[in-house]
Write a protein that binds this ligand. Structure first.
Ligand code: ADP
Ligand code: MG
Length: 553
C-alpha cells in the first residue's frame, strides 16, 4: 500500500487510495492534521504533532517547528542537548504519519509518495527523499504540491479547463499554471518563493508588538517570543473578518496590549505582497509560451484564507478567486490519487500527470558566465546535452560546475555541485566535452559528461554535496534514529492534556477558570477508572472541550 504524504511546513497529513477513493488517515486525536512539530521529552523520546505543539510554549528549547524551511541546508537544529538535521526531524513526522496509517489500516506501510513545493530546488527535493529513507521507507515519488492540487481538482470536476493554482502555506509560496483535459493534467508553468509564507505575516505582527514593548526579537526571551507569536497568529486570523483586533500578551504580572487595524496590517505587509505579485507575474509570463491564459484561479494553503491575500489577488488578477473548500487536505488528496495511479487502481489508472522542471539548469563557464542546458518549464522527464571546448590548449582537467536558477551570472544561481573531468593533454586542438543533464520524473537531476575524443563517460547522480549521505551513511543514521522511540502517545497524551488544561487555567479568570477546573476533574475521574483502550477516546473528548474553551474569546 502506498501512502500519500503532504509534508507541510505547518501541518502534515497522510492519505491512501482504497476502493476507488482517497481516504484521509486520522490521527489518534480523531482529526487529520499533524502539526509539523517535533519535541524531545525527558525520557529521550520524540514527540510529534499536536503534543509537541503544546510544548512549544512550555519547553521551547526542546521543541522545533517550521523546519521545512531549512530542508536542503546544512542547518543543525537542537532539541535540548540533542541535535538533528531538518531532514531527520522530517523523518520523525513521516514516522508518526506512518504509525497512524498502520494503526488505521492494520497493515504495514513501506512505500510513500511525498509532496514538495513545486519551487523546491534539487537539494531540497533530495533532502525530502532522504527524510523518507531515514524513516525506513521507499520513496516512490516526489510530487509537486500544486500538481497534487490540480490532480485532485481535475479528478473531482473532470472539466477541460486551465487554471492557476496558488498554494500559499506557512513557509512557502507556489504558483503553477495548469491545463487539464480528458485524463491528462499538464503543468505548463511553475514559479514561487521558497521563503515566503503565512509565518512571515505573523512575524510582522509579532515584531510590531515587540517594538511597542521597546524590545527587539533578539532581546525577548524564547518563551515570551513564543507567546507573542501565538497571539500574533490569533490577531492575524481575527483580521480576516474584523477591521481591528486587540492583541494582549501576559508576561508575569504585566499585561501588554496593542491594537492592530487591518490598514496597519496591510501597510506592514506591502513588501510581502510584492513578492507574491512577482511570483504570479513570472508564472503568467512563462505560461504565455505555452499559450495558456488561466481561466480560473484556485487558492489553497492556510495563508490563502487571509483576507489580505484574497483581496490582493482579486484586485490584481481582476478575476474571481476560488478558495477550495478543503484547503487543508487537498494536497494530501492529490498525493493519495497519485498513489492510486501508481498502483493502477480502477478508473484512476488512466490518469496522467505531466509535470515540468521549475528551474533552469546550467553550467558555469569562464568569467562566471552561465550557460543554460535545460531551460525551466520543460516537461519531465527530460534530458539535454551541450558541447563545450576546454579553455586552454594542453589543459588536463575540466571542472564542471552545475547551477540551478535564472540569473545571468553563474555564481548568482544555486550551486548544486561540481565534478572534475580529466581530459587528454592536447596541444594541437581544444578538447571537447559534452555535458548531459537529465531530470527524472521527480525533478531530481543526473549528470554525465563525455570526453568526445576518447568517448569516456563520467557520471554523477549526486550533487547535493552539502547534505549528501552515502548508502552506508544513510543506514547508520537510520539505525541511530530508529533507536529513538516515538513516544507512546496514549500516556503522553494524557499528561499533555493536563498540562494544557493547567496552562489554560493560568491564562483565564472567573467563570471560565471554574469550567476548566470542573472539566479537568471530570476528565481525571473518567480516566481513573477507564480501560486502556478507552483512553484515546476520553482524551479526544477532553481535547475537544479544551479546544472549545480556547476558541471562545
Ligand atoms: P503548510 O502547507 O506550509 O504546512 P498550511 O497550508 O497549513 O501550511 O498554512 C499554514 C499557514 O496558514 C500558517 O501560517 C497559518 O498562520 C495560516 N493560516 C491558517 N488559517 C488561517 C486563517 N484563517 N487566516 C490566516 N492565516 C491562516
Ligand atoms: Mg502546504
Amino acid at each position: 500500500m502506498i501512502l500519500g504524504i503532504d509534508l507541510g511546513t505547518t501541518n502534515s497529513l497522510a492519505t491512501i487510495f482504497r476502493n476507488g477513493k482517497v481516504e484521509l488517515i486520522p490521527t489518534i486525536f480523531g482529526d487529520y492534521l499533524t502539526p509539523s512539530i517535533v519535541a524531545l521529552n525527558d525520557e529521550g523520546e520524540v514527540i510529534v504533532g499536536r503534543l509537541a505543539k503544546e510544548r512549544l510554549l512550555t519547553q521551547p528549547t526542546h521543541t522545533q517547528a517550521q523546519f521545512k524551511r531549512f530542508m536542503g541546508t546544512k542547518e543543525v537544529l537542537t532539541l535540548g542537548e540533542a541535535s538533528f538535521r531538518p531532514e531527520e526531524l522530517s523523518s520523525f513526522i513521516i514516522r508518526s504519519l506512518v504509525a497512524d496509517a498502520e494503526r488505521y489500516l492494520g497493515e504495514p506501510v513501506e512505500e510513500v509518495i511525498i509532496s514538495v513545493p513545486a519551487y523546491f530546488n534539487d537539494t531540497q527535493r533530495y533532502a525530502t527523499k532522504l527524510a523518507g529513507h531515514l524513516a525506513g521507507l521507499n520513496v516512490e515519488r516526489i510530487i509537486n504540491e500544486p500538481s497534487a492540487v490540480a490532480l485532485a481538482r481535475h479528478y473531482e470536476y473532470k472539466d477541460d479547463t486551465s487554471y492557476m493554482v496558488v498554494d500559499f502555506g506557512g513557509g512557502t509560496l507556489d504558483v503553477s499554471i495548469v491545463e487539464a483535459f480528458d485524463t491528462v493534467v499538464e503543468i505548463v508553468a511553475i514559479s514561487g518563493d521558497n521563503h515566503l509564507g503565512g509565518e512571515d505575516f505573523t512575524a510582522l505582527i509579532a515584531q510590531k508588538f515587540i517594538q511597542s514593548l521597546g524590545l527587539t526579537s533578539a532581546l525577548a526571551s524564547k518563551s515570551l517570543y513564543q507567546k507573542i507569536l501565538l497571539e500574533a497568529e490569533k490577531t492575524k486570523r481575527l483580521l480576516d473578518h474584523q477591521d481591528q483586533a486587540e492583541m494582549m500578551v501576559v508576561e508575569g504580572e504585566k499585561e501588554h496590549r496593542l491594537t492592530f487595524t487591518y490598514d496597519l496590517f496591510l501597510e506592514l505587509s506591502q513588501s510581502l505582497l510584492l513578492r507574491l505579485k512577482q511570483a504570479i507575474d513570472k508564472a503568467l509570463y512563462d505560461a504565455k509560451y505555452s499559450r495558456v491564459s488561466p481561466e480560473e484561479v484556485i487558492l489553497v494553503g492556510g495563508s490563502a484564507k487571509m483576507r489580505l491575500v484574497q483581496e490582493f489577488l482579486e484586485h490584481y488578477l481582476q478575476r474571481d478567486i476560488l478558495v477550495v473548500d478543503n484547503p487543508d487536505t487537498v494536497i494530501a488528496i492529490g498525493c493519495g490519487l497519485a498513489a492510486g495511479i501508481k498502483e493502477r487502481q480502477g478508473e484512476i489508472k488512466d490518469m496522467t500527470l505531466s509535470d515540468i522542471c521549475p528551474f533552469t539548469l546550467g553550467t558555469g563557464l569562464v568569467n562566471d558566465v552561465y550557460s543554460p542546458i535545460i531551460e525551466r518549464n520543460q516537461s519531465l522527464p527530460c534530458s539535454r546535452e551541450h558541447r563545450y571546448c576546454v579553455a586552454e590548449l594542453g589543459q588536463e582537467m575540466v571542472e564542471c560546475t552545475i547551477y540551478q536558477g535564472e540569473r545571468m551570472r553563474a555564481s548568482d544561481n544555486h550551486l548544486l555541485g561540481s565534478m572534475e573531468v580529466p581530459v587528454p593533454r592536447n596541444f594541437e586542438a581544444h578538447e571537447e566535452i559534452a555535458i548531459r543533464f537529465t531530470y527524472d520524473i521527480n525533478g531530481l537531476l543526473d549528470i554525465d559528461v563525455t570526453v568526445l575524443s576518447t568517448g569516456e563517460i563520467f557520471t554523477k547522480t549526486i550533487l547535493q554535496e552539502a547534505i549528501y549521505l552515502t548508502d552506508e551513511e544513510i543506514m547508520e543514521r537510520k539505525a541511530v534514529l530508529a533507536k529513538i522511540k516515538l513516544n507512546v502517545r496514549e500516556t503522553e497524551l494524557y499528561r499533555s492534556l493536563i498540562t494544557r488544561a493547567d496552562r489554560l487555567y493560568a491564562a483565564h479568570l472567573g467563570a471560565k477558570r471554574d469550567r476548566i477546573q470542573v472539566e479537568t476533574q471530570r476528565f481525571e475521574e473518567k480516566v481513573a477508572d477507564c480501560s486502556v483502550s478507552r483512553l484515546p477516546y476520553l482524551c479526544r473528548e477532553f481535547t475537544m472541550i479544551l479546544d472549545k474553551i480556547e476558541e471562545e474569546a
